[in-house]
Design a binder for this molecule. Sequence first.
Ligand SMILES: Cc1cc2nc3c(=O)[nH]c(=O)nc-3n(C[C@H](O)[C@H](O)[C@H](O)COP(=O)(O)OP(=O)(O)OC[C@H]3O[C@@H](n4cnc5c(N)ncnc54)[C@H](O)[C@@H]3O)c2cc1C
Length: 376
Amino acid sequence: MSDAHCDVAILGGGPAGAGVALALRTQTRRSVTLVERASDDTPRIGETLPPDARLPLAKLGVWSGFLRDGHLASRGTASAWGSATVGYHDTLMSPLGSAWHLDRARFDASLRAQVAERGGTVRFGTTLTGCESLGVEGFRLHLSHPSEGPSTLRARFVVDATGWKAEFATSQGARRQVVDRGFALYGDFRLREGAAFSTHALVESRPEGWWYSALLPGGRVVVALIGDGESLRGVRPGTPGSWLSLLAHTTATRERLAVCDFTGEALRAVPATVGGLDRLHAEHWLAVGDAACTLDSLSSQGISTALGSALMAAEALEQHLQGHPEALGAYGARVRQGFVEHLRTRDHFYREERRWPDAPFWRNRREALASSALAA
Ligand SMILES: Cc1cc2nc3c(=O)[nH]c(=O)nc-3n(C[C@H](O)[C@H](O)[C@H](O)COP(=O)(O)OP(=O)(O)OC[C@H]3O[C@@H](n4cnc5c(N)ncnc54)[C@H](O)[C@@H]3O)c2cc1C
């Protein structure tokens, strides 16, 4: 069994994990190992980045590389929410420039390549299978790779960037507090040769949930329905018929897809959870990105928030390692404050949609909002 060690082990090579690794390698002399379960070419839904994502990308020193990576500049978001009329949130006058539709696999791969270029170790296809506390010396992590087999990694500090499941933090006793347990079913369309398509992302609410569609680089158009277990009962990823017939009842989404063809491939289902951990750190670990707080995908803020929290996390953990005991607490308080503000904004938007009060999706959201307001 091989044995290796580093100052900071980062579990999860999404934007949050890669962001922490980049910040540490740029701003400190810490040795960093980034452990990513997926192989480099795992397909991902293509997300939208708001214009302000430029700020953390620039701070991490990857903005010019981002511009070379072929992501699609977007003029913003259109939405039919609360009424059938489509409204626009246009980025035309944004001082930070356009929004972006990501080639997400390329985005993540570029960030990880930068980590390696700056002297970090990146281990792909490697999964955390267990860990032992070494007291003041941190942790021994047990890892597994399909062809290389099991290995161990000793780290003075561990960053949990494993996404909404927060696999490491929950193994250390932190608990996930789930605000919303939705899921998304998404499929791909292709834009016909020579056809025009708006670069606005479109959100359209319907009785069963809300639809999201966006043109991605290379003429791929991603279409997602965000619902919950009750509103999407019987809608199966392997047989897209019922998803397509719900899609046929939309208005603005159906109209824009008139110049596209469904690829016919099976749909993909992904959790669309909203929630956060009750503890964001301890003496030898912290959680970052979705692992710390998972935002509603309606906001399109998940990636920029993950990058922003990665910068804060790297700074706090460096101060902590230099003997400032209050640094992690201050980090946790800032992340939690941001999440509380997000929940307030989210409440406001869900209350704005009043057209289907008895449809399960909207009834469930309303009841959850009422009980979270009560808890607050
Ligand atoms: C339907 C939907 C639409 C969305 N749309 C948008 C959008 O338009 N704009 C936006 O900004 N955000 C959007 N988001 C949110 C965005 O995808 C997340 O906020 C973002 O990916 C969080 O980054 P992260 O690095 O924290 O986590 P992730 O991107 O989830 O990365 C976690 C990584 O950890 C790895 N991992 C997990 N467990 C282990 C383990 N045990 N060992 C090793 N590695 C592990 C995973 O393979 C993964 O690569 C959307 C989310 C959903 C569900």
